[in-house]
Design a protein around this ligand. Structure first.
Ligand code: 13P
Length: 251
């Protein structure tokens, strides 16, 4: 049985105190949600305080990026995965489409960052997803397969226990244009078949695959009813504690 995961990606929103306030507001609203894992990903500057305040709760804290490097070294502006672990985070979002689009993230750097996460015992939330052009030209599956095999290259079957996949079609992010549950299910099923080829039947069956792209309280239940959708990675609708709590409590 794959335990669902509802994760909130707060992107570059919220000052330190705003992130702390939202996390504290969220805590009692989801305190009884045992049916899923709950993750929030604030900006770097708020991570330590939010992680401290969420200690002992059912809310886990994730960073939104990390360095490809695993040695403490001269890499100005970068943050090593163990520094993220050190302040109480358990997960790192890797390869978000906004990083691929605006910060030259490649399948190779996604692979290195994923390995950096695993090296320090953190769980990687690896993002994949096609653009509208790629979908309309019939290339969505090829693109997702390339991103997936690139990200997971060199990972063992055991490593896969610390991998979560997030399928986020770029055309559905922040656009209000959610993939239909059928479209999402189709790609999630495809991703599982790819994992079966690249790793094992067990990895394919056990890996949680989240959907991301305009998930809201109004559409989460329908998405979650699909066989291969194991959770959601939520952007805009996760910024408000009440709205995110409604998504967490989708049942
Ligand atoms: P929205 O939920 O705002 O579409 O963002 C999705 C996303 O990018 C989560 O990582």
């Amino acid at each position: 049985m794959r335990k669902p995961i509802i994760a909130g990606n707060w992107k570059m929103y919220k000052l330190h105190d705003e992130a702390v306030d939202t996390s504290l507001e969220l805590k009692p609203l989801v305190a009884n949600a045992n049916h899923c894992e709950i993750i929030i990903a604030p900006v770097f500057t708020a991570l330590k305080t939010v992680a401290d305040r969420m200690e002992g709760s059912n809310i886990q804290v994730a960073a939104q990026n990390c360095s490809t490097q695993i040695e403490h070294s001269a890499h100005t502006g970068e943050i090593c995965a163990d520094m993220i672990k050190d302040i109480g985070c358990s997960h790192i979002i890797i390869g978000h489409s906004e990083r691929r689009q605006f910060y030259s993230e490649t399948d190779e750097s996604v692979n290195q960052k994923t390995k950096a996460c695993l090296h320090f015992g953190l769980t990687a939330i690896v993002c994949v997803g096609e653009t509208l052009d790629e979908r309309e030209s019939g290339n969505a599956e090829n693109i997702v397969k390339k991103q997936l095999t690139g990200a997971l290259a060199g990972l063992t079957v055991a490593d896969m226990e610390r991998i979560i996949i997030a399928y986020e079609p770029v055309w559905a992010i922040g656009t209000g244009k959610t993939a239909t549950p059928e479209q999402a299910q189709e790609m999630h099923g495809f991703i599982r078949r790819v994992l079966n080829e690249t790793h094992s039947t067990e990895a394919a069956e056990n890996t949680r695959i989240l959907y991301g792209g305009s998930v809201k309280p109004a559409n989460v239940k329908e998405l979650m009813s699909e066989a291969d959708i194991d959770g959601a990675l939520v952007g805009g609708a996760s910024l408000d504690a009440n709205s995110f709590a409604q998504i967490v409590n989708f049942k």
